[in-house]
Design a protein around this ligand. Structure first.
Ligand SMILES: Nc1ncnc2c1ncn2[C@@H]1O[C@H](COP(=O)(O)OP(=O)(O)OP(=O)(O)O)[C@@H](O)[C@H]1O
Ligand SMILES: [Mg+2]
Length: 311
């Protein structure tokens, strides 16, 4: 089994508007609402890829019930810690007249100490039954900044392979707990390395990845959107080249990349095969309007076109 952890789950709602004029009554002709948050996106893609997956994290209130119901609808096992306050709503408003999108993101529930303790027990319990545990996304308010480090330690102790897809301070503090794999994107990696890195400088990439890997992280991947990914995996450096596609919405492509990697590793495939599947899942996600959805035929087709180069 693969467990995905979303500590800051959300309803991802998108309004498609012909035109947005502030200060007016605006009628919304078309709405989509999905269960969201990075681990939930990854869980949806893992399910679509045919994996046995369980989603966990914190959920609260009506929004929390909507998220759980959505997961049930997709037959995704879910086992969340309940909290008192409402899970957040992340609203994207797309103005079709300008092509601009505006995001309104609620703060989400405040997490209490006993709920953090409950989460530690939940992670131990799920990790003991999981081959892979993946921690995805931001931390909710009220939790210590180093919570990921604690949870990673607990999951590793139970024998699970641990992935971390986080950013900022949460990522910086968590790498010291030695997750088995991290996958920042280019901006998140710049934050972790403490400087911007030139994506074209292969030598530079490998050196940067090696510095992080020396902390005791076997697989360090920086995803680079349309430019693919730079990878250092068990001492071997790779560059992943993805085909040129007509991207519709790349939000969730990183989550889909993580899902592809987990699916490949759980299936015992080689690093090259895992990276191909991951990149294909990331690119397939970008072909769709919704975050964390892929079509299997598109994944299979893109996988044929992804090229893995040893560098
Ligand atoms: N425009 C694109 N064209 C082709 N492939 C893409 C494109 N955008 C993303 N991908 C694929 O998805 C992977 C992850 O993308 P990216 O680096 O944008 O993730 P991210 O910023 O972490 O996304 P998110 O956090 O929203 O899920 C890339 O490595 C690539 O395989
Ligand atoms: Mg990401």
């Amino acid at each position: 089994m693969i467990t995905t952890v979303t500590l800051n789950a959300a309803i991802d709602k998108t309004y498609f508007m012909k035109r947005v004029e502030m200060g007016k009554v605006l009628r919304v002709p078309s709405v989509i609402a999905d269960a969201g948050g990075k681990g939930i996106n990854a869980a949806r893609v893992l399910k679509l890829l045919g994996c046995d997956v369980t989603a966990t994290g914190f959920l609260g209130g009506h929004n929390g019930r909507f998220i759980a119901a959505e997961l049930d609808k997709h037959s995704i096992k879910n086992d969340f810690v309940q909290v008192e306050e409402e899970s957040r709503l992340a609203l994207t408003i797309i103005d079709e007249s300008t092509g601009r999108s505006t995001e309104l993101i609620e703060p989400g529930p405040r997490i209490m100490e006993e709920q953090i303790d409950a989460m530690k027990c939940k992670i131990a319990e799920l990790a003991a039954r999981s081959r892979i545990v993946t921690f995805n996304g931001s931390l909710p308010s009220g939790v210590p900044a180093d919570l990921y480090a604690d949870l990673i330690g607990i999951a590793k102790n139970e024998g699970a392979i641990v992935f971390l897809d986080a950013s900022g301070e949460a990522l910086k503090l968590a790498v010291h707990a030695q997750p088995d794999l991290i996958k920042p994107n280019e901006d998140e990696a710049a934050g972790l390395f403490g400087e911007r890195v030139g994506a074209d400088e292969e030598v530079n990439w490998t050196a940067k990845l090696a510095a992080v890997s020396r902390l005791g992280i076997g697989c360090v991947i920086v995803s680079l959107g349309a430019k693919g990914a730079a990878v250092l995996w068990d001492g071997a450096a790779y560059r992943v080249h993805v085909p040129v596609i007509k991207a519709v919405n790349p939000v969730g492509s990183g989550d889909s990349f993580v899902a592809g990697l987990a699916a490949g590793i759980a299936d015992g495939r080689s690093p090259e095969e895992c990276l191909k599947l991951a990149a294909a899942a990331g690119s397939a996600n970008a072909l769709n309007e919704r975050a964390g959805y892929v079509r299997l035929d598109e994944v299979a087709n893109l996988k044929q076109q992804v090229r893995i180069e040893r560098v």
